[in-house]
Design a protein around this ligand. Structure first.
Ligand SMILES: Cc1cc2nc3c(=O)[nH]c(=O)nc-3n(C[C@H](O)[C@H](O)[C@H](O)COP(=O)(O)OP(=O)(O)OC[C@H]3O[C@@H](n4cnc5c(N)ncnc54)[C@H](O)[C@@H]3O)c2cc1C
Length: 589
């Protein structure tokens, strides 16, 4: 496979949402003398994992509504009016009364994304961007040649492509540890079709957030059905042959995720993030680090002050630790499902009145804003972020859609869905069939429960360097394991003494904290072990950069990361402004 002479060749590996947004940036940037090759191992572009049968059945829904989706080509609402009738009917979507604020089926969204990719490619051709799509083509390996300044993609049938730039968009991966070896053990709920089983016993689910809800929705439909009562309530009725069926969620301290509410800013203030220049200034003034407390002030407390001054007054003098403790205490006071129901009612009001729940929205903004400076945190602050702030953030930003809440509450009322609080030391061991769950309850009693079926629903695992799929990049030293420095060596020494195995000493004798995934810079370029960035290779595959990009993987991440990358590929492009400008909005004539 040969690249065209005199053209810069850009290869995109993976053809899911990240690739779609990256390609959109290339089209919008009006980049010249470039040819793009897109490699996708499946037979279609756009849908990726969550929005195709790999990640969804008919019952699975997005956690974003149409008004929260960054513009791709055609706004979702316009596309719905033009979507094939069969698709509209299958998903019960009526363009006449489609509500911009509602979430929708993931497979339906996948059809939209696929169509958007096709439309963009058409538009790309229109503006002279030569594009070749390689479907059913898994990229098997990638190697980098510093001398020629080229990257080599190794393809099936010993084919190769030489590229000048490469963007790795390989997305989600769900490794199997015991699945297919131990009957009844599932390392993830994906593809969810595998859980569509009629069972007559309790099923253990690890986790209680969106991934767990995906498992619940499929299992519930395979063992009973939902009925709407005359007064619009939802009931769940078990099938006769599934009388012994129930689902037992296991979550840390019995916490349930927070419910979707009305967002004041549907795109979470992307303009408010610390920019590159500001970041460097902050680092200069803070011994080379961006302090977590500064981000907390800037992206949580200050916007909160503007949105809800009364609430701000109650928390403004708290440290991050005190604030999180207070919010967790409020959650832990109530039993998981009681709080879930109360939050559902609060969220319903928020949606009806179109009024945000300010502190939760600001926390979501903070989680977004902390993502990019995260690689500039000190190890001390990274530990605080992970141990203190993230547990609260991950509960709040789950944004469980209303329809999922109603189903969860109906299942709980029918006695088919329970929640077991587990401790940090809890563990699950495979049995001959299914698994045994070990935990200690609130009274300190050790509990051990055997289940015939077990689903790990804790979400996308983050990977280490050893898991990186393109081995030549690892062996050639092009990519390296991610770490961050301690601000104070004494703090590193203490953390090591306390038994944190991720704390190491570097060659210069300073303490570092190993974090998952590979090293990247602000432009999502990979770094070698010496810390030098590779000007050819970019990565947007979240599971492999989770250490330095700790919290975000959604569509807004695809939008923002691709903006950073295009600015690096084509300096001078203001990609965020580009996306907003009407005159260059890509529309095929
Ligand atoms: C179950 C689930 C539901 C989600 N729901 C939402 C939501 O509602 N809203 C939201 O904002 N975010 C959601 N997310 C977050 C999600 O990460 C993003 O929306 C999005 O899917 C990320 O896109 P991606 O392209 O990085 O990854 P993926 O969707 O995984 O796409 C990667 C693509 O690369 C291909 N590929 C992989 N390896 C190779 C290779 N070697 N060669 C060629 N092709 C390859 C794959 O086949 C796939 O098509 C969800 C995530 C999950 C797991």
């Amino acid at each position: 496979m040969s690249a065209t002479k005199n053209l810069t060749t850009i290869a995109i590996v993976g053809g899911g949402p990240a690739a779609l947004f990256m390609y959109k940036r290339l089209v919008e940037s009006a980049i010249q003398n470039v040819e793009v090759h897109i490699f996708e191992k499946k037979d279609r572009l756009g849908a990726g994992m969550p929005y195709s049968v790999e990640g969804a059945c008919d019952e699975h829904i997005t956690n974003v509504s149409a008004n929260e989706i960054p513009l791709i080509h055609t706004p979702m609402t316009d596309w719905i009016a033009e979507a094939p009738k069969s698709l509209q009917e299958h998903y019960g979507i009526n363009p006449g009364n489609f509500n911009d604020y509602k979430v929708f089926p993931r497979l339906f969204f996948g059809a939209y994304l696929t169509q958007q990719f096709e439309a963009l490619i058409k538009f790309g051709k229109h503006v002279g961007l030569k594009t070749t799509v390689h479907l059913n083509t898994p990229v098997q390996d990638i190697s980098d040649d510093e001398i020629s300044g080229k990257v080599k993609l190794h393809l099936p049938d010993a084919k190769q492509l030489i590229a000048d730039r490469l963007i790795i968009c390989t997305g989600h991966q769900w490794p199997k540890k015991f699945e297919e070896k131990v009957p009844g053990w599932f390392d993830s709920p994906y593809p969810p079709q595998k859980l569509a089983k009629s069972v007559n016993f309790p099923v253990a689910i690890k986790g209680s957030a969106l991934t767990a809800i995906d498992a619940v929705r499929t299992l519930a439909r395979s063992n009973g059905h939902f009925e709407k009562t005359a007064d619009h309530r939802l009931n769940y009725v078990l099938n006769k042959e599934s009388e012994g069926f129930k689902m037992v969620l296991h979550s840390l301290d019995g916490l349930m995720p927070a419910v979707r509410f009305h967002l004041e800013d549907t795109h979470l203030s992307q303009g408010e993030m610390i920019g590159e220049e500001e970041g460097w200034k902050i680092k200069e003034a803070n011994n080379g680090f961006i302090p977590l407390d500064l981000i907390y002030q800037r992206n949580f407390l200050q916007p909160l002050r503007a949105q809800n001054p009364v609430f701000y007054e109650t928390v403004k003098d708290m440290t991050i630790e005190e604030f999180v403790e207070e919010m967790m205490r409020r959650r832990e006071k109530l039993d998981g499902f009681t709080l879930f129901e109360a939050e559902y009612k609060e969220a319903e009001k928020s949606i009806k009145r179109q009024e945000s729940v300010a502190w939760k929205e600001m926390l979501a903004t903070l989680s977004y804003a902390v993502n990019y400076p995260a690689k500039h945190l000190s190890a001390e602050d990274m530990l605080r972020l992970k141990k203190v702030l993230m547990p609260l953030i991950s509960i709040v930003i789950a944004f469980v859609p209303q329809t999922s809440c109603r189903e969860m509450l109906a299942l709980h009322k029918a006695g088919v869905l329970d929640l077991v609080p587990v401790d940090k030391e809890s563990r699950v061991d495979p049995g001959e069939k299914g698994a045994t769950y070990y935990h200690t309850d609130e009274n300190g009693t050790a509990i051990q429960t055997a289940y015939n079926m077990y689903v790990d629903a804790t979400g996308q695992p983050v990977f280490t360097l050893e898991d990186f799929p393109f081995k030549s990049l690892v062996e050639g030293g092009t990519v390296s394991a991610a770490y961050i420095n301690f601000k104070d060596d004494a703090a590193g020494a203490l953390e090591m003494e306390l038994g944190n195995k991720l704390v190491k000493k570097n060659a210069a004798g300073h303490f570092i904290l190993k974090v998952p995934g590979i090293q990247i810079n602000d432009q999502f370029q990979v770094l070698n072990a010496a810390g030098a960035y590779n000007e050819r290779i970019y990565i947007m595959a979240v599971p492999h950069i989770g250490g330095l990009n700790p919290d975000y993987s959604g569509l807004d991440f695809c939008e923002t990361a691709s903006a950073r990358i295009i600015k690096s590929i084509k300096p001078g492009v203001d990609a965020l402004a580009l996306a907003a400008a009407d005159d260059i909005e890509p529309k095929v004539a």
